[in-house]
Design a protein around this ligand. Sequence first.
Ligand SMILES: Cc1cc2nc3c(=O)[nH]c(=O)nc-3n(C[C@H](O)[C@H](O)[C@H](O)COP(=O)(O)OP(=O)(O)OC[C@H]3O[C@@H](n4cnc5c(N)ncnc54)[C@H](O)[C@@H]3O)c2cc1C
Length: 475
Amino acid sequence: MSALSRPSFDDFPATFRGQLYRQSDLGYPDVRAIFNARMAHWTPGLIARAADADDVVTVVRYAADAGIPLAVKSGGHGVDGSAMPDGALVLDLSNLKEIRVDTDTGRVRLGSGVLLGEMDPALAERGLVVPAGTVSTTGVAGLTLGGGVGYNMRRYGATVDNLLACEVVTADGRKVRASHEENPDLFWALRGGGGNFGVVTHFEFQARPLPETVFAGFIPFTLDQAPAVMTGLRSYMRTAPRELAVIGAMTQCPPLPPVPADMHGANSLMLIVVYTGAPEGAEKILADLAGLGEAAVVAVMPTPWPVANRMLDVIAPQGRRAYTKGAYLAELTDEVVAIAMKHAEVAPPRTNPPAPSSVQNFWAMGGAISEDADESSAAFSREGAQWFWEVATQCDDAADDEKFMTWADRLHADLAPHFLANCYINLTTDMGPEWRKGAWGSPEKYRKLVDAKTRWDPANMFRFNKNIEPGTAAG
Ligand SMILES: Cc1cc2nc3c(=O)[nH]c(=O)nc-3n(C[C@H](O)[C@H](O)[C@H](O)COP(=O)(O)OP(=O)(O)OC[C@H]3O[C@@H](n4cnc5c(N)ncnc54)[C@H](O)[C@@H]3O)c2cc1C
C-alpha cells in the first residue's frame, strides 16, 4: 500500500459529530492501533471516528468531493493493515455498537463496530448464535464482508450465508439497503467481496439456535503422529456430525496445565475441538478423536459458548507482528500432510513464550458451508473446498520478520501445487491482482464483482482492501 501525498484535511466538515484524531493528538496512538504491529509505523493523516450513520455520510461525501480514497476500520483485524494506511483518511466505525435482537424471529441487527466477543454473549443468553469467527477481538464487519468461517460453519454455513440485509453508505454518499429484494447485485457482492462496494453501517442476520454450553478444548499429539492422525481425521470428518468442528493445528504446544510438561513448547499437532450437538454424543466423539493416535490428554470440556469462542484469544494477542497466508484444499492428501509436517519440524522457535510463534491450521469444512449454499449464491467462494489451510506467524521484533515470513512463504510455495485457485480472502495476505482474479471462483463471478464495483464505486474510493478495480474484468 503506497503512502499517499499528505493532504492537511483542514477543510474537513464541521458538521461531523464524532471524534477526529490527528497525529499530534493525545489519543491518536491508541485509536490508530490495529491487530497487526507490522504496520505500526503507518500514520494515517486523519482518523474520523463516526458517531452514527449520518457521520458516515459526511465523511464519504467529503472524500468524494475531494477525490481522495477512504479507508474503513471496524475491528482492525485485517491482515494487510488496510484499516490504517499511511497518510490516508480513515473512517473509524468502532463506536457503532448497536446490538438488537428480536427474540421471536431470531433477527439480529448489529452496528459495524461490534466485535465477536460483544455479539456472542448478547446472543448466547437467548440461546442464539450468528456463525462467525474464532477470536473475540475480531470485527463482525470485516469478517462478514469477506465471508466468515468458524466453529459453526459445518452446522450453519459461512457468516454470509446467514446475512439478511446491510445498510450501506455508497461512494456517492447515499444511504441504501441491500438484501435479496433491494439492490440484490450489491447484496451479492457484499457477501464475500470485502470492503470494495461501500461502507456498511449495519448488518442484519438470521441467528440460529445453539446450546448455552458446548464441548470445547483441544487434544494434543506429538508431531510425529501427524501423518496417522491427519489421515484418520480426513476419513472421520467425512461422516462426522455437522455439530462437530475440528481444526488440526501444527504448532508449538502452549504450556497449558493439562498438557504434560515435556510437550510444552514442542512442535505438536493440536486438534482444536468444538462440539455443539447433543451432550450424550460427546463422549464417543472425543474418544474417537483421541483414538486417532496416542493423545497426550483430552482437554475438551463443557464450556459456555462465548467462552469456547474465545479460547484462541490467548494465542492471538493484539499488537504482535503478524503474517498469514491461506488457501483451500480439495482434499487433505498424504502428500499435503507430509509437506506441512516437514516445515512444522523446522518452524522458527518461539520468540515470546508462551504464545506460539507459528501455526499451520487445517480447518475441516464440509457440512453446511460446503453443501447447503450454492457457489453462485454469493461472492464468497467455497467451491471444491473440503479443508481450509492457513499459516500464521507472529513475532515482536522487526529483525525477526524475515525469518518468519521466509519460512511461511517457503511452506506456502511447497504446498501451492495442491491449492485450489479460489480462496477465502480474509485469512490470507493479499497475493496480488492475478491471484485476486481467481480468489472468488470462476471468471463469471469475477466479472460480476467488477460490474458491481463499476456500478457502486466507479472511482475506486474504497481501494484499501483486496481490491477489485472498476472495469477490469475483460479476458
Ligand atoms: C487473530 C485473528 C483471528 C481471525 N480469525 C478468523 C476466523 O476465525 N474466521 C474468519 O472468518 N476470519 C478470521 N480472521 C480474519 C478476519 O475475518 C479479517 O481479518 C477481517 O477483515 C477482520 O475484520 P475487522 O472488522 O476486524 O477488520 P478491519 O481491519 O477493521 O477491516 C478489514 C477491512 O474490511 C473492510 N471493512 C471493514 N469494515 C467495513 C465496513 N463496515 N464497511 C465496508 N468495509 C469494511 C475494509 O476494507 C477494511 O480494511 C481473523 C483475523 C485475525 C487477525
